[in-house]
Design a protein around this ligand. Sequence first.
Ligand code: FMN
Ligand code: MN
Length: 487
Amino acid sequence: MYKDLRGFIKQVESLGALRHIAGADQRYEIGGITEVAAGTPECPALLFDRIKGFPAGFRIFTNATTTPQRAALALGLDPALRPLDALKAWMQKRQKLKARAPRLVRKAAFMENSFAGRKVDMAALPAPYWHRKDGGPYIGSGSLVIMRDPDGGWINASIYRVQVHDRNKVTIQFDHQGRHGAIIARKYWDKGTSCPVAVVNGPDPALFIAGFEYLPEGQSEYDFAGSIKGAPLEVFAGPVTKLPLPAQAEIILEGELLPPSKMSLPEGPFGEFTGYYAADARPCPVMEVKAIHHRDDPILLGSPPMKPPRFHFGLPFRAASIWSNLEMAGVTDVVGVWQHVAQLMTVVALKQRYAGHAKRAALIAAANSYMGRLVVVVDDDVDPSNLADVMWAITTRCEPSEQIDIVRNAWSSALDPRIPPEHKNAGITSHSKAIIEAVRPFGWKDRYPPTSALTADEAREIEKKWGDVIARRKPAHAAKKRNRRGR
Ligand SMILES: Cc1cc2nc3c(=O)[nH]c(=O)nc-3n(C[C@H](O)[C@H](O)[C@H](O)COP(=O)(O)O)c2cc1C
Ligand SMILES: [Mn+2]
């Protein structure tokens, strides 16, 4: 397993999936190159250096975990697994994870360079303007925000975007008030004090993944990241905040999140993962940056939101947690869960055993589908990760007048482009979700017209025997023979 972001980048390079880019501009170009690369079939990871106007060595790494292969690598899984198999392996590993508390160490790589007080200057860091209409540069697009709960003392470490405003001011944006960061900050503010906070730029991918997980309140993302890696995270007490900070992180900001009664700044707009600017500039909590620490030749992990299907993670991790929710709730026979359109559509595949089985699964999945308007259930012969297969099931097994239900007033957020501005202004950010039962109706499923397609097993048999001919490849054994003769 990689030790830090640098270790992960080496692994990506050895897979042949890394491109080095020199001379790009922090204004729109790094974001543009990232988006174009993410739209190609190979979707390579990118390491930017010699960024225009910045010293060589200050680097930005993007498209880190955007393919199934690199998402698996980040979890310590075999990158050769088929995507649905990789997600299942993760779901099973995730269920067995035991929290691993971090280990306090006396040295931190990020203390190689440290600036405090008047020496703090955010302009020294290459924070990109990711998209054309963004309200400013964002240092935090894949950064973790660290806070300590004043009651329980546990550490929350989640990803919230961080915009740069001036020399020592950045804002931290919570999509909604249920975020742990929002709840914790409020506890300090209610007592009339600022909330000590740190931003970790350039976390390793295990931390990045942990920062995206919906963990129960009181459970630290640090412990979760440690258990992904199979070793406790090494943390160093930040000199300003005393918050435990990942010792191998690249760039750290330390400071205080000011009470909104004292100050707030208009945040955004920022191109969102839906592919829109749906949340206008809004007043947002301000972090006063009291210190910047960074490694020599630091690497910022950038993960700008982009128009779907591009997404931060090549495996839909939230589908794995929904899959696990279903199992924990006692729903049997789930053979796969997937999310498409950057988590805006959830698909559950199951083998129906009883009337209501499909709807039971769909309701649980709908409850945890953040911002997702479409929840689809398919039979076990349909691959939920294959959107064409899913659409085939919808168009051939779902009678809309009988098999589509609408759940109203459900979980979304201000980032939802379809919620009318009047509702958002009134604080109403819920939407409705359609549950599409694209399954053979239970009552007569055994009399349903049989499909003419090969089963997955039959198709694999054919591929094994005839795949080389179909793909016009030389068969593997012939290549070996040729090599032997050549030697
Ligand atoms: C790249 C990326 C950017 C994100 N940006 C934000 C954000 O700006 N605000 C937010 O509330 N959630 C954001 N999220 C989602 C949260 O990180 C995620 O829901 C997390 O589970 C919240 O953690 P919490 O339960 O500790 O609040 C982002 C996720 C990713 C992967
Ligand atoms: Mn949390």
